[in-house]
Write a new protein. Structure first.
Length: 79
């Protein structure tokens, strides 16, 4: 599932925006089927690059990079 969603987000730039357990089916041959693509979103190249930077910063536990990405992305917090 991670590979499929990673490809959708980072390579294709189009992804299912309503991912939850009800949209996965286990097939009789043990494959996982993804259903219900009624809510999809498209990411620009810049948004995909930002996601890559975000995932890399999360992996490195780089709090400064995470803060910079949040600020540049326009995220706000009450805290």
């Amino acid at each position: 599932l991670m590979r499929v969603h990673g490809t959708q987000l980072l390579v294709d730039g189009v992804f299912n925006a309503d991912t939850h357990a009800g949209n996965f089916l286990l097939m009789p041959d043990d494959r996982v089927a993804l259903i219900d693509y009624g809510a999809t979103k498209r990411l620009s190249t810049q948004e995909r690059l930002s996601a890559c930077y975000l995932y890399a910063a999360l992996r490195r536990h780089d709090e400064e990079a995470l803060l910079q990405l949040a600020v540049s992305g326009g995220y706000r917090s009450r805290y």
